[in-house]
Every structure is written in structure tokens, then in C-alpha cells.
Design a protein around this ligand. Structure first.
Ligand code: NAD
Length: 519
């Protein structure tokens, strides 16, 4: 376990923290292989969302600290990109084992800062771990191409090479998985990496950095800074940073895409969502309702792939009472309490926003079938809890339909047939994920062909692709042209060098200058 491995090295468990003047621990920066206390005069509180207690502080790194971090990445780049691919592979082979050994401790920290249930927090680590496991195939993933004899005695071949210092900016909802989408892929390709985790959940990233160091990643190959807008602007502007990976809201993602691109960087930006689950009347009812409830309310709806909108088609409209009954059985509690199905939202502000969006539905004429606004959780009266909420009779003009709610709220629309459902979805600006529930193959095929969404589940409610594929959200859910992880992830973190060479067996001295293009 991380605790034991850290203790044997005489390092305190909370590697990212140390005691500040009060009894609240502070999150450190990770610069050039050292966990260092920031000299910043600006600090942000970290809260346990189940209690709203302040459990830590995170600095807004100073310009000097951010420069030191990026300089460390730049210095480490030369040696790391030159390190044999087998050595880089070995680091990540050790890393995936260390993550497995420490999954429970990582999950505990996620629950403490982010609020999700312990089982779901383990899933958060596990889905990131799968990306790390995939990076261990780098010896195949990074192969170039060759084409011999393109003309007499001439061959062409390509190398896939790293691009330099890369940076990642991550959201609060997956403190392990999303950082693990980023730096392992970037680093295994030979880049060095600057990470800015979400200021609301920074500790898991610090633990992941410690494990990476234990796995043998040289000093400077990963640096971590903390902060908000200044840190983001620093990353968008610093000339040494060649590529930015961002995951989070549209407001931040579009800004980062514009500013980073303007500065000549590659940017991949995964953003918000409104994912529709289409329920056909021929679907397996039991299975469909259970999947829908799990995908709408799991993680308190704070997933970019949450199925937050249901479209009941034809006779499936009659399934609403059953949907409500099943939902009522979910248990709301602090994430570390046994039996909790969903935990709190990240902040009182998030809770207030979700309350307002529920109310907007009522005000605009929708029907509130289940209202989670007054949920009480014994022993956690100050937590940011919202109970599962179902709003029916929603139309595509309503605010609760148009905005990403990012809470445990399912809005329900109705459609007469599949064509009408597809029309609704294709009119919605987001294209992250969707699912159809049906037992009819032709219906499923029509749906997957016609719906303009990047990730589609057929009887699979949350179709997040495994890392041998890529995360392919589209339209307003994505900016850039190369997606996260899988083959596209490798492409994002590498550039191609193409060599054309001619080795003639006999003397090939040109008799005169060749002034025309070779034909
Ligand atoms: P957020 O945009 O508030 O924060 C993400 C990161 O951007 C943080 O590191 C934060 O410090 C920084 N940031 C925030 N506001 C900024 C601004 N105005 N300018 C510059 N930087 C800023 O997102 P969040 O609330 O942490 O995460 C939730 C959002 O992320 C949801 O919209 C969700 O759908 C989305 N998300 C998308 C995916 C995906 O793969 N598509 C995955 C997870 C989350």
C-alpha cells in the first residue's frame, strides 16, 4: 500500500501536503522531483463535500514557481526523449503495478476531497489504470512506417517522435482517471509533462506523482503546479509548452483552446455534455430501467458521460412510474458510508445551481416527479447533498434541458418514434455520448448511423471506450482534431519524421543538375 511504501521511505503519507501555520495541511508543488511548499501568499481552501469542513489548502503557484516547473520539464526533456523506449516502458510497467497496489488508498483520498462513493472512486482509479496499462504497449504503438523501393534503390520510412514539453489541465470530477489519461501517454512517448490538477481535488494527483517517482520516472519528467486562471494562462502562453490537454467545462475549454492555439500549440479540449438515453418500447424493461437509473444518478450525476436526459419513445412512455420507484430506492450518503449509492455535489455553489435548474423546470411548466432538493443525510447535515430528481414533460426549449446540470437530475422527454428522438438529439449542440435501449438490431443500426454523437452505446448506458480506442466526444463537447488516448492519443503526443534515402549499388553520380521535380 501507498501508506506502507511511503513510511518505509520515511515520507509522510500525504506527500502533497505539509503543516501550514494552522492545523490544516497544505498541498505541495512537485518541482524537479521534489515536493515543495509554495511561497505563495494566495491559497484556496479544499473542502470535504460531505461536511464542508476545510481539509486542506492549495496554493496559487507564483510566477517564479511556475517558471521553475516548466524549466525543469525543459531540462529533463533532452535526456528523457533520448532514453530507450524499453526503459520508458519499464517505468510504466512498474507504475501500473504500484497503482494497483495502492488503489484503495487513492480511492479514499478521492472520496475525501471529491465526495463520490468509495466503490466509484476505485472505478475512477481503475479506468485511469487501464490507460497506464495501455501505455505499456508503447513499443508497438509508436512504430513508424516503411515503404521500400519507392523508386530504384530508394526507400522511405517514418519515425514517430515526441514533441517536447506537454501540459495537462484537469477537472474535479475524476481526480485519478483524467490526469492518468494525460501524463502517462505523454511521457511514455518521450515528452516531459506539466500538470495542473483541479484546485478542488489536488491530492490524488500528488499521490500519483509520488508513485510515478517510485516507479523510476527521472526528476523533471513530471512537474505539478497548482492554481486557477493565472496557472492556466501561464500554460497557454509559455513558449516551451508544445501541447495542452484540457478536460472540463466549455467556458474554460473554449478559452484554453483559443488561447493555446493562437500561441501555436496543439490543443485537445474535452468539454461539457448533455447525454440522451433513448428508450424504445421493445427494450428489455428491467435491464433498461436499471441501467438508466445507474447512469443518471451514479456519481451524483457529476460525470461527463452521465445519462442525464431520457427520451421515452412510444409505449415506453408508460415506464415512468417504474423509473421513479427504482430511483426512490437509491441511498444518498457520504461517500465513505457503507451502502451509499450517491454522495454529495462538489460545492455549495454546485448544489445551489442544481436547485435553481430544477426550479427553472417547474417554472417553465415541466412536472417534478421526484424532488431531491430537501434530502437530509443524518450526521452530514452540512454536506452538499441533492437527492435523485426526475423531471418529466420537459421540452427542448427549457433551460433544464439546454444546460448541463451536472447533478443527480434526470430530465425526461417523449417522442412518438425513433426519427423524432434522433432529431431532438442532433439539434442539441453537445455530442459527447448517447445510448439506445432496444432489442431490435435494425433500430440500433439506424440509430448509430444517424445520430450525430461521438460515443454511442447500444444497450450500454455509459459507452466510455477502453484505451485501445479513443475518447471521441464530438461537436460542442470537443475542440481540436486529435482525441484523448488510444491511437489518437499517441498521435497527439508525437510528431512524424519522414526519411527518404537512396543507396545505389553502383556509382550514381549525376551527370548534370536535376532541375525538374522527379517524376
Ligand atoms: P472547470 O472548467 O471549472 O475546471 C477545469 C479546469 O479548468 C480546472 O483545472 C480549473 O482550474 C480550470 N478553470 C476553471 N475555470 C476556468 C476559466 N474560466 N479559465 C481558465 N481555467 C479555468 O470544470 P470542472 O467543474 O472541474 O469539471 C466539470 C466539467 O468538466 C463538466 O462540464 C463536465 O462535463 C466536464 N468534463 C468533461 C469530460 C470529457 O471528457 N468530455 C470529462 C470530465 C468532465
Amino acid at each position: 500500500p501507498l501508506m506502507r511504501s511511503l513510511l518505509t521511505r520515511r515520507v509522510p503519507l500525504q506527500v502533497g501536503r505539509m503543516c501550514y501555520s494552522s492545523s490544516v495541511p497544505t498541498t505541495k508543488l512537485f518541482i524537479d522531483g521534489k515536493f515543495v511548499e509554495s511561497k505563495s501568499s494566495e491559497w484556496l481552501d479544499i473542502h470535504n463535500p460531505a461536511t464542508n469542513e476545510v481539509i486542506g489548502r492549495v496554493p496559487k503557484a507564483t510566477q517564479e514557481e511556475m517558471l521553475a516547473a516548466v524549466d525543469s520539464c525543459s531540462r529533463a526533456y533532452h535526456a528523457w526523449s533520448d532514453t530507450s523506449i524499453l526503459t520508458r516502458q519499464q517505468v510504466f510497467l512498474r507504475y501500473q503495478q504500484l497503482i494497483k497496489d495502492n488503489i484503495k488508498e487513492l480511492a479514499k483520498e478521492i472520496t475525501r476531497e471529491q465526495g463520490k462513493t468509495l466503490a466509484d472512486a476505485e472505478g475512477d482509479v481503475f479506468r485511469g489504470l487501464q490507460v497506464v496499462e495501455h501505455t505499456c504497449s508503447i513499443t508497438s504503438l509508436m512504430l513508424g512506417e516503411t515503404l521500400p523501393s519507392i523508386t530504384k534503390d530508394m526507400d522511405t520510412y517514418t519515425y514517430r517522435l515526441p514533441i517536447g514539453v506537454c501540459a495537462g489541465i484537469t477537472p474535479f470530477n475524476f481526480p485519478a482517471m483524467i490526469p492518468l489519461w494525460m501524463f502517462p501517454m505523454g511521457m511514455v512517448c518521450g515528452n516531459t509533462y506539466l500538470l495542473k490538477p483541479s484546485e478542488r481535488v489536488p491530492s490524488c494527483a500528488m499521490m500519483l506523482a509520488k508513485l510515478l517517482q517510485d516507479a523510476g520516472a527521472p526528476d523533471g519528467t513530471l512537474n505539478i503546479i497548482h492554481g486557477q486562471h493565472d496557472a492556466v494562462n501561464f500554460i497557454c502562453d509559455h513558449p516551451a509548452i508544445k501541447a495542452i490537454s484540457f478536460v472540463g467545462s466549455n467556458q474554460a475549454g473554449e478559452y484554453i483552446y483559443e488561447r493555446g492555439s493562437k500561441n501555436g500549440k496543439r490543443v485537445q479540449s474535452n468539454m461539457g455534455a448533455k447525454n440522451h438515453g433513448v428508450v424504445m418500447p421493445d427494450a428489455n424493461k428491467e435491464n433498461t430501467l436499471n441501467q438508466l437509473v445507474g447512469a443518471a444518478f451514479g456519481a451524483a450525476g457529476q460525470r461527463c458521460m452521465a445519462l442525464s436526459t431520457a427520451i421515452l419513445v412510444g409505449d415506453a412512455r408508460g415506464w415512468l412510474p417504474d423509473l421513479v420507484e427504482r430511483t426512490k430506492k437509491l441511498r444518498v450518503n457520504a461517500g465513505d458510508q457503507p451502502g451509499a449509492d450517491l454522495g454529495p455535489l462538489i460545492s455549495p455553489q454546485a448544489k445551489g445551481r442544481v436547485h435553481q435548474l430544477i426550479q427553472s423546470g417547474v417554472d417553465e411548466g415541466a412536472t417534478l416527479l421526484l424532488d431531491g432538493r430537501n434530502v437530509k443525510v443524518k450526521g452530514y447535515e452540512n454536506g452538499n447533498f441533492v437527492g435523485p430528481t426526475i423531471i418529466s414533460n420537459v421540452t427542448s426549449e427549457m433551460k433544464c434541458y439546454k444546460e448541463e446540470i451536472f447533478g443527480p437530475v434526470l430530465v425526461v422527454l417523449e417522442a412518438d418514434d425513433l426519427d423524432e428522438a434522433i432529431k431532438i438529439i442532433n439539434k442539441n449542440p453537445y455530442g459527447n455520448g448517447t445510448a439506445i435501449f432496444t432489442t431490435n438490431g435494425a433500430v440500433a443500426r439506424k440509430y448509430t448511423n444517424e445520430v450525430d454523437v461521438g460515443q454511442i452505446g447500444v444497450n450500454v448506458p455509459i459507452p466510455v471506450p477502453l484505451p485501445m480506442f479513443s475518447f471521441t466526444g464530438s461537436r460542442a463537447s470537443f475542440r481540436g482534431d486529435t482525441n484523448f488516448y488510444g491511437k489518437q492519443g499517441i498521435q497527439f503526443y508525437t510528431q512524424i519524421k519522414t526519411v527518404t534515402s537512396q543507396w545505389k549499388a553502383e556509382d550514381a553520380t549525376l551527370k548534370s543538375p536535376a532541375v525538374t521535380m522527379p517524376t
